[in-house]
Design a protein. Sequence first.
Length: 402
Amino acid sequence: MEKTHSLETMKLLLFTSKPIYPSVDGGCFASEKFISCLLNAKIDVQYVTLSTNKHPFDLSKFPESLVKKIKPIHYFINTDVRAISALRSLLNSNSYNTDRFYSSGIEASLIELIKKESFDGIVLDSLYTLPYLTAIRSVFKGKITVRTHNVEHKLWEHYTTEAKGLKKWYLNRLTSDLKRFELKKLSEVDAILSISNDDTAEFKKCGLKTNIVHIPVNIETVAKVSPISSNRMYHLGMMDWEPNRQAVNQLVDWMPELRKRIPTLELHIAGSKSKEFIQKDEENGISVHGFVDSVNDFARNHGLLVSPIRAASGIRIKFLEAMALGIPIVTTSLGALGIEHESCSCLCIAETKEEFFHHIEELTTNSSKREEIGRNALNYIDKNHNIDTISQRIVEIFKPNT
Protein backbone atom coordinates (compact mmCIF):
# COMPACT_ATOMS: atom_id res chain seq x y z
CA MET A 1 0.00 0.00 0.00
CA GLU A 2 1.20 3.52 -0.61
CA LYS A 3 -0.09 7.00 -0.01
CA THR A 4 1.27 10.49 -0.24
CA HIS A 5 2.47 12.08 2.99
CA SER A 6 3.66 15.60 3.58
CA LEU A 7 7.45 15.87 3.52
CA GLU A 8 7.46 16.04 7.33
CA THR A 9 5.82 12.61 7.54
CA MET A 10 7.27 10.91 4.49
CA LYS A 11 7.68 7.19 5.22
CA LEU A 12 10.19 4.94 3.46
CA LEU A 13 10.96 1.24 3.63
CA LEU A 14 14.71 0.52 3.56
CA PHE A 15 15.59 -3.12 2.82
CA THR A 16 19.26 -4.16 3.18
CA SER A 17 21.02 -7.43 2.39
CA LYS A 18 22.90 -7.48 5.72
CA PRO A 19 22.50 -5.77 9.10
CA ILE A 20 24.07 -2.33 9.46
CA TYR A 21 25.37 -3.33 12.91
CA PRO A 22 27.87 -4.51 13.87
CA SER A 23 29.63 -2.31 11.32
CA VAL A 24 32.09 -4.93 10.08
CA ASP A 25 32.75 -3.50 6.62
CA GLY A 26 32.30 -0.50 4.38
CA GLY A 27 28.93 -1.71 3.14
CA CYS A 28 27.49 -1.72 6.66
CA PHE A 29 28.96 1.72 7.31
CA ALA A 30 27.54 3.15 4.07
CA SER A 31 24.06 1.75 4.78
CA GLU A 32 24.08 3.15 8.32
CA LYS A 33 25.11 6.54 6.97
CA PHE A 34 22.29 6.39 4.43
CA ILE A 35 19.85 5.87 7.29
CA SER A 36 21.34 8.85 9.12
CA CYS A 37 20.58 10.99 6.04
CA LEU A 38 16.98 9.76 5.97
CA LEU A 39 16.52 10.58 9.65
CA ASN A 40 18.25 13.93 9.22
CA ALA A 41 15.63 14.72 6.56
CA LYS A 42 12.85 13.92 9.09
CA ILE A 43 11.81 10.85 7.09
CA ASP A 44 10.04 8.04 8.94
CA VAL A 45 12.12 4.89 8.29
CA GLN A 46 11.07 1.25 8.53
CA TYR A 47 14.27 -0.77 8.45
CA VAL A 48 14.19 -4.37 7.20
CA THR A 49 17.27 -6.52 6.65
CA LEU A 50 18.34 -9.98 5.65
CA SER A 51 20.72 -11.76 8.02
CA THR A 52 23.01 -14.66 7.20
CA ASN A 53 25.55 -16.93 8.88
CA LYS A 54 28.27 -14.53 7.73
CA HIS A 55 26.31 -11.43 8.82
CA PRO A 56 24.04 -12.44 11.74
CA PHE A 57 21.48 -10.10 13.26
CA ASP A 58 22.19 -8.95 16.84
CA LEU A 59 19.89 -6.22 18.12
CA SER A 60 22.24 -5.53 21.05
CA LYS A 61 24.80 -4.15 18.57
CA PHE A 62 22.38 -1.40 17.48
CA PRO A 63 22.32 1.91 19.40
CA GLU A 64 19.15 2.01 21.52
CA SER A 65 18.23 5.45 20.23
CA LEU A 66 18.38 4.18 16.63
CA VAL A 67 16.29 1.07 17.37
CA LYS A 68 13.45 3.27 18.60
CA LYS A 69 13.50 5.26 15.36
CA ILE A 70 13.81 2.52 12.74
CA LYS A 71 12.29 -0.52 14.56
CA PRO A 72 14.48 -3.15 12.82
CA ILE A 73 12.93 -6.27 11.31
CA HIS A 74 15.17 -9.08 10.15
CA TYR A 75 14.76 -12.25 8.13
CA PHE A 76 17.39 -15.00 8.29
CA ILE A 77 18.46 -16.72 5.09
CA ASN A 78 21.16 -19.35 4.66
CA THR A 79 23.39 -18.10 1.84
CA ASP A 80 26.05 -20.80 2.26
CA VAL A 81 27.23 -22.12 -1.10
CA ARG A 82 25.62 -25.44 -2.06
CA ALA A 83 26.79 -27.46 -5.05
CA ILE A 84 23.31 -28.59 -6.13
CA SER A 85 21.87 -25.06 -5.97
CA ALA A 86 24.87 -23.71 -7.86
CA LEU A 87 24.41 -26.34 -10.58
CA ARG A 88 20.69 -25.58 -10.84
CA SER A 89 21.38 -21.87 -11.31
CA LEU A 90 24.05 -22.66 -13.85
CA LEU A 91 21.71 -24.85 -15.90
CA ASN A 92 18.95 -22.23 -15.74
CA SER A 93 21.34 -19.36 -16.58
CA ASN A 94 20.35 -17.63 -13.36
CA SER A 95 22.74 -15.61 -11.20
CA TYR A 96 23.75 -17.92 -8.37
CA ASN A 97 25.36 -14.94 -6.60
CA THR A 98 21.94 -13.33 -6.16
CA ASP A 99 19.78 -16.49 -6.10
CA ARG A 100 21.34 -17.36 -2.72
CA PHE A 101 19.61 -14.31 -1.19
CA TYR A 102 16.11 -15.27 -2.33
CA SER A 103 13.51 -17.03 -0.17
CA SER A 104 9.82 -17.37 -1.03
CA GLY A 105 9.02 -17.22 2.68
CA ILE A 106 10.88 -13.94 3.10
CA GLU A 107 9.20 -12.61 -0.03
CA ALA A 108 5.78 -13.39 1.43
CA SER A 109 6.66 -11.61 4.70
CA LEU A 110 7.90 -8.55 2.80
CA ILE A 111 4.74 -8.39 0.71
CA GLU A 112 2.59 -8.68 3.84
CA LEU A 113 4.51 -5.80 5.46
CA ILE A 114 4.19 -3.60 2.37
CA LYS A 115 0.45 -4.25 2.11
CA LYS A 116 -0.02 -3.48 5.80
CA GLU A 117 1.99 -0.24 5.93
CA SER A 118 1.66 3.02 3.99
CA PHE A 119 5.03 3.71 2.40
CA ASP A 120 5.80 6.68 0.16
CA GLY A 121 8.76 4.88 -1.34
CA ILE A 122 11.02 1.85 -1.07
CA VAL A 123 14.82 1.74 -1.13
CA LEU A 124 16.41 -1.61 -1.95
CA ASP A 125 19.95 -1.45 -0.60
CA SER A 126 22.48 -3.32 -2.79
CA LEU A 127 22.14 -5.70 -5.69
CA TYR A 128 21.39 -8.62 -3.37
CA THR A 129 17.92 -7.35 -2.43
CA LEU A 130 16.85 -7.16 -6.07
CA PRO A 131 15.62 -10.79 -6.32
CA TYR A 132 12.55 -9.44 -4.46
CA LEU A 133 11.91 -6.56 -6.86
CA THR A 134 9.33 -8.26 -9.10
CA ALA A 135 7.14 -9.32 -6.16
CA ILE A 136 7.42 -5.90 -4.51
CA ARG A 137 6.49 -4.16 -7.76
CA SER A 138 3.39 -6.34 -8.06
CA VAL A 139 1.88 -4.87 -4.86
CA PHE A 140 3.53 -1.44 -4.60
CA LYS A 141 2.90 1.26 -7.19
CA GLY A 142 5.01 3.98 -5.56
CA LYS A 143 8.62 4.85 -6.29
CA ILE A 144 11.12 1.99 -5.90
CA THR A 145 14.81 2.85 -5.92
CA VAL A 146 18.00 0.87 -5.44
CA ARG A 147 21.00 2.08 -3.45
CA THR A 148 24.08 0.69 -5.24
CA HIS A 149 27.40 0.30 -3.44
CA ASN A 150 29.37 -0.53 -6.58
CA VAL A 151 29.04 -1.93 -10.08
CA GLU A 152 29.07 -5.53 -8.92
CA HIS A 153 29.85 -7.26 -12.20
CA LYS A 154 32.99 -5.10 -12.63
CA LEU A 155 34.47 -6.59 -9.46
CA TRP A 156 33.72 -10.09 -10.67
CA GLU A 157 35.33 -9.36 -14.02
CA HIS A 158 38.55 -8.70 -12.10
CA TYR A 159 38.26 -11.96 -10.16
CA THR A 160 37.88 -13.76 -13.49
CA THR A 161 41.09 -12.31 -14.93
CA GLU A 162 43.04 -13.69 -11.94
CA ALA A 163 41.69 -17.27 -12.32
CA LYS A 164 42.87 -20.14 -14.52
CA GLY A 165 41.49 -23.32 -16.03
CA LEU A 166 38.09 -24.63 -14.96
CA LYS A 167 37.82 -22.01 -12.23
CA LYS A 168 38.23 -19.28 -14.83
CA TRP A 169 35.46 -20.80 -16.96
CA TYR A 170 33.12 -21.02 -13.99
CA LEU A 171 33.86 -17.47 -12.80
CA ASN A 172 33.32 -16.20 -16.34
CA ARG A 173 29.91 -17.85 -16.32
CA LEU A 174 29.03 -16.46 -12.87
CA THR A 175 30.10 -12.99 -13.97
CA SER A 176 28.09 -13.16 -17.18
CA ASP A 177 24.95 -14.28 -15.33
CA LEU A 178 25.48 -11.63 -12.64
CA LYS A 179 25.95 -8.84 -15.19
CA ARG A 180 22.78 -9.84 -17.03
CA PHE A 181 20.80 -9.90 -13.76
CA GLU A 182 22.31 -6.61 -12.53
CA LEU A 183 21.55 -4.63 -15.69
CA LYS A 184 18.07 -6.13 -16.10
CA LYS A 185 16.98 -5.35 -12.54
CA LEU A 186 18.54 -1.89 -12.52
CA SER A 187 16.51 -1.11 -15.63
CA GLU A 188 13.29 -1.99 -13.77
CA VAL A 189 13.60 0.42 -10.81
CA ASP A 190 12.51 4.07 -10.81
CA ALA A 191 15.93 5.40 -9.83
CA ILE A 192 19.45 4.24 -9.02
CA LEU A 193 21.05 5.95 -6.01
CA SER A 194 24.68 5.66 -7.03
CA ILE A 195 27.41 5.91 -4.41
CA SER A 196 29.88 7.66 -6.73
CA ASN A 197 30.06 9.60 -9.99
CA ASP A 198 32.45 6.96 -11.35
CA ASP A 199 29.77 4.31 -10.84
CA THR A 200 27.19 6.57 -12.47
CA ALA A 201 29.40 6.85 -15.54
CA GLU A 202 29.91 3.08 -15.61
CA PHE A 203 26.17 2.38 -15.41
CA LYS A 204 25.54 4.77 -18.29
CA LYS A 205 28.35 3.15 -20.26
CA CYS A 206 26.49 -0.15 -19.83
CA GLY A 207 23.50 1.42 -21.58
CA LEU A 208 21.19 1.90 -18.59
CA LYS A 209 18.47 4.50 -19.19
CA THR A 210 17.21 4.48 -15.59
CA ASN A 211 17.39 7.80 -13.75
CA ILE A 212 20.66 7.81 -11.77
CA VAL A 213 21.18 10.15 -8.82
CA HIS A 214 24.55 10.46 -7.12
CA ILE A 215 24.05 10.02 -3.35
CA PRO A 216 27.47 10.10 -1.62
CA VAL A 217 28.16 8.65 1.82
CA ASN A 218 27.91 11.37 4.44
CA ILE A 219 31.04 11.68 6.58
CA GLU A 220 31.72 14.01 9.49
CA THR A 221 35.14 15.64 9.70
CA VAL A 222 36.98 16.08 12.97
CA ALA A 223 37.22 19.51 14.59
CA LYS A 224 40.91 19.07 15.36
CA VAL A 225 43.37 16.96 13.37
CA SER A 226 45.83 14.85 15.36
CA PRO A 227 49.50 14.93 14.28
CA ILE A 228 50.23 12.15 11.76
CA SER A 229 53.04 9.76 12.73
CA SER A 230 56.10 10.21 10.52
CA ASN A 231 57.27 6.58 10.57
CA ARG A 232 54.05 4.57 10.41
CA MET A 233 51.71 3.42 7.65
CA TYR A 234 48.71 1.14 7.78
CA HIS A 235 46.28 -0.96 5.80
CA LEU A 236 42.78 -1.60 7.13
CA GLY A 237 40.32 -4.01 5.53
CA MET A 238 38.61 -7.40 5.70
CA MET A 239 40.96 -10.20 4.69
CA ASP A 240 38.21 -12.34 3.18
CA TRP A 241 38.13 -9.93 0.23
CA GLU A 242 40.72 -10.91 -2.38
CA PRO A 243 41.77 -7.36 -3.45
CA ASN A 244 42.61 -6.56 0.20
CA ARG A 245 44.69 -9.74 0.51
CA GLN A 246 46.57 -8.85 -2.66
CA ALA A 247 47.25 -5.31 -1.44
CA VAL A 248 48.54 -6.52 1.93
CA ASN A 249 50.77 -9.14 0.31
CA GLN A 250 52.24 -6.40 -1.85
CA LEU A 251 52.99 -4.17 1.15
CA VAL A 252 54.56 -7.06 3.07
CA ASP A 253 56.80 -7.86 0.07
CA TRP A 254 57.88 -4.21 -0.15
CA MET A 255 58.74 -3.72 3.52
CA PRO A 256 62.35 -5.05 3.51
CA GLU A 257 63.28 -2.67 0.69
CA LEU A 258 61.32 0.23 2.19
CA ARG A 259 63.10 -0.27 5.53
CA LYS A 260 66.44 0.12 3.77
CA ARG A 261 65.31 3.58 2.68
CA ILE A 262 63.36 4.43 5.86
CA PRO A 263 64.89 2.30 8.66
CA THR A 264 62.25 3.16 11.30
CA LEU A 265 59.22 2.61 9.03
CA GLU A 266 56.43 0.45 10.49
CA LEU A 267 53.58 -1.31 8.67
CA HIS A 268 50.41 -1.91 10.70
CA ILE A 269 47.79 -4.28 9.29
CA ALA A 270 44.25 -4.44 10.72
CA GLY A 271 40.87 -5.84 9.77
CA SER A 272 38.87 -8.98 10.38
CA LYS A 273 40.81 -12.21 9.74
CA SER A 274 44.08 -10.29 9.29
CA LYS A 275 45.77 -12.32 12.05
CA GLU A 276 44.81 -15.54 10.27
CA PHE A 277 46.17 -14.21 6.98
CA ILE A 278 49.43 -12.46 7.96
CA GLN A 279 52.00 -13.11 10.68
CA LYS A 280 53.76 -10.25 12.44
CA ASP A 281 57.37 -9.73 11.41
CA GLU A 282 59.25 -7.54 13.89
CA GLU A 283 62.47 -7.66 11.87
CA ASN A 284 60.70 -5.97 8.94
CA GLY A 285 58.52 -3.69 11.07
CA ILE A 286 55.24 -5.51 10.40
CA SER A 287 52.53 -5.61 13.09
CA VAL A 288 49.13 -7.32 12.76
CA HIS A 289 46.22 -6.07 14.88
CA GLY A 290 43.25 -8.18 13.76
CA PHE A 291 39.75 -6.71 14.01
CA VAL A 292 39.71 -3.25 15.64
CA ASP A 293 36.69 -1.92 17.51
CA SER A 294 37.30 1.70 16.53
CA VAL A 295 38.47 2.45 13.00
CA ASN A 296 39.08 6.10 13.87
CA ASP A 297 41.16 5.37 16.96
CA PHE A 298 43.31 2.92 15.02
CA ALA A 299 43.74 5.26 12.05
CA ARG A 300 44.69 8.26 14.21
CA ASN A 301 47.63 6.36 15.70
CA HIS A 302 49.12 4.60 12.70
CA GLY A 303 50.28 7.22 10.21
CA LEU A 304 49.61 7.10 6.48
CA LEU A 305 47.01 4.88 4.82
CA VAL A 306 48.75 2.97 2.01
CA SER A 307 46.75 0.64 -0.25
CA PRO A 308 48.14 -0.72 -3.55
CA ILE A 309 44.70 -2.12 -4.44
CA ARG A 310 44.21 -3.47 -7.96
CA ALA A 311 40.45 -4.09 -8.12
CA ALA A 312 37.67 -1.74 -7.09
CA SER A 313 34.24 -0.36 -7.81
CA GLY A 314 32.06 1.99 -5.81
CA ILE A 315 34.11 3.85 -3.23
CA ARG A 316 36.49 2.82 -0.46
CA ILE A 317 34.72 3.83 2.75
CA LYS A 318 37.90 3.41 4.80
CA PHE A 319 39.51 6.04 2.58
CA LEU A 320 36.73 8.54 3.27
CA GLU A 321 37.03 7.88 7.00
CA ALA A 322 40.79 8.50 6.85
CA MET A 323 40.32 11.69 4.83
CA ALA A 324 37.82 12.95 7.41
CA LEU A 325 40.60 12.60 9.99
CA GLY A 326 43.11 14.48 7.83
CA ILE A 327 45.16 11.34 7.15
CA PRO A 328 47.17 11.27 3.89
CA ILE A 329 46.46 8.33 1.56
CA VAL A 330 48.63 6.65 -1.06
CA THR A 331 46.70 4.37 -3.42
CA THR A 332 46.15 3.41 -7.03
CA SER A 333 43.79 5.14 -9.43
CA LEU A 334 41.46 2.15 -9.01
CA GLY A 335 41.63 2.50 -5.24
CA ALA A 336 40.67 6.17 -5.59
CA LEU A 337 37.54 5.43 -7.65
CA GLY A 338 34.66 7.60 -6.51
CA ILE A 339 36.96 10.28 -5.06
CA GLU A 340 37.32 13.28 -7.34
CA HIS A 341 40.91 13.96 -6.39
CA GLU A 342 42.31 15.36 -9.62
CA SER A 343 41.66 19.02 -8.86
CA CYS A 344 42.23 19.13 -5.11
CA SER A 345 45.36 17.06 -4.30
CA CYS A 346 43.56 15.32 -1.44
CA LEU A 347 45.44 12.03 -1.82
CA CYS A 348 48.46 10.59 -3.66
CA ILE A 349 48.12 8.29 -6.68
CA ALA A 350 50.73 5.62 -7.41
CA GLU A 351 50.68 2.74 -9.89
CA THR A 352 54.23 1.37 -9.79
CA LYS A 353 56.43 0.30 -6.91
CA GLU A 354 58.70 3.30 -7.40
CA GLU A 355 55.75 5.70 -7.36
CA PHE A 356 54.53 4.17 -4.09
CA PHE A 357 58.02 4.37 -2.60
CA HIS A 358 58.37 8.01 -3.69
CA HIS A 359 55.11 9.09 -2.03
CA ILE A 360 55.78 7.08 1.14
CA GLU A 361 59.26 8.59 1.49
CA GLU A 362 58.00 12.11 0.83
CA LEU A 363 55.12 11.87 3.29
CA THR A 364 57.17 10.28 6.05
CA THR A 365 59.96 12.85 5.81
CA ASN A 366 58.05 16.03 4.96
CA SER A 367 55.61 17.19 7.66
CA SER A 368 54.44 20.14 5.55
CA LYS A 369 53.41 17.77 2.76
CA ARG A 370 51.56 15.54 5.23
CA GLU A 371 49.66 18.54 6.59
CA GLU A 372 48.86 19.87 3.11
CA ILE A 373 47.40 16.56 1.88
CA GLY A 374 45.51 16.09 5.16
CA ARG A 375 44.05 19.61 5.02
CA ASN A 376 42.97 19.13 1.40
CA ALA A 377 41.33 15.82 2.36
CA LEU A 378 39.33 17.48 5.14
CA ASN A 379 38.15 20.22 2.81
CA TYR A 380 37.12 17.63 0.21
CA ILE A 381 35.00 15.71 2.72
CA ASP A 382 33.37 18.90 4.02
CA LYS A 383 32.45 19.96 0.49
CA ASN A 384 31.33 16.63 -0.99
CA HIS A 385 30.00 14.52 1.90
CA ASN A 386 27.87 16.95 3.89
CA ILE A 387 24.83 15.32 5.50
CA ASP A 388 22.43 18.24 4.94
CA THR A 389 23.16 18.45 1.22
CA ILE A 390 22.81 14.70 0.77
CA SER A 391 19.62 14.52 2.85
CA GLN A 392 17.95 17.17 0.73
CA ARG A 393 18.93 15.32 -2.43
CA ILE A 394 17.19 12.18 -1.13
CA VAL A 395 14.03 14.15 -0.27
CA GLU A 396 13.90 15.49 -3.83
CA ILE A 397 13.95 11.94 -5.22
CA PHE A 398 10.81 10.93 -3.35
CA LYS A 399 8.83 14.10 -3.81
CA PRO A 400 5.59 13.48 -5.73
CA ASN A 401 5.90 13.90 -9.52
CA THR A 402 9.70 13.76 -9.56
